[in-house]
Design a protein around this ligand. Sequence first.
Ligand SMILES: NC(=O)c1ccc[n+]([C@@H]2O[C@H](COP(=O)([O-])OP(=O)(O)OC[C@H]3O[C@@H](n4cnc5c(N)ncnc54)[C@H](OP(=O)(O)O)[C@@H]3O)[C@@H](O)[C@H]2O)c1
Length: 233
Amino acid sequence: MLIARRANRLETIAKSLKKQYGVAIGWIATDLGNPIELDDVVRTIASDKSVTLLVNNAGTSTLGKVAESKPEDLTAMINVNIVALTRLTIAVLSGFKERDRGTIVNIGSVLGLHSLPISSIYSGAKGYVLNFTRGLQDEVAGTGVRVQLVLPAAIATDIWAISGVPLSQLDPKTVMTAEDAVNAILAGFDSGESITLPSVEDVELFANYDKARMQVLAASQTSAPASRYSPKR
Ligand SMILES: NC(=O)c1ccc[n+]([C@@H]2O[C@H](COP(=O)([O-])OP(=O)(O)OC[C@H]3O[C@@H](n4cnc5c(N)ncnc54)[C@H](OP(=O)(O)O)[C@@H]3O)[C@@H](O)[C@H]2O)c1
């Protein structure tokens, strides 16, 4: 089941996948950023027991200064990147838990680890995807439900033109093709990864980042204010 807004593209892709792989494939043309349309999709998916895999890939980005952001752009970013991803996850989760089987793939971003002056809202949304997905991974640990978090860097897709920063402004050496990204994500999934960073060669970097994160969390677990905040005598 393919879901996006543009029916013509969905129909073309569905036809080509059916022809190439002989699979039964459907599509729903809907705006996941529209709460009423999202409700309909959630109902459809929640009631379909044949769903075994959800890929939360739909996302949108408008890059720019917070003070200059348009309400409709920030609403779309939050509604699609956060609300729809969460509602669709919940739509499949109880069935997956009941059947002790199912996979959720959430597409975040390395910008969920970092914010640029023009990416505050997008980075904030992808930071949500990261924290939401990691908590969910802990929630389903030890069950047959699997959740993969994907943190890509720049990939050559339409999102750049939509964001207001054309791909031509990026250093081509920093941009991966969508084919390479998807192959890396699938390889990461097959190797049992819970977090996949398609373009990061040294996996120790993320392990060290994660260790530091846990150290800060552990150090925060005290009732005493840190000594630097003691009233000066
Ligand atoms: N490209 C990158 O550099 C990059 C890097 C890190 C993470 N990501 C993430 O990767 C995911 C895929 O993005 P992409 O790069 O492939 O961008 P893209 O080429 O713009 O594709 C976005 C997809 O989401 C769908 N979509 C967007 N808004 C929607 C809405 N309101 N309702 C339903 N579907 C909607 C689009 O279809 P319609 O327009 O037809 O609705 C399209 O299929 C996103 O979550 C993005 O944040 C991308």
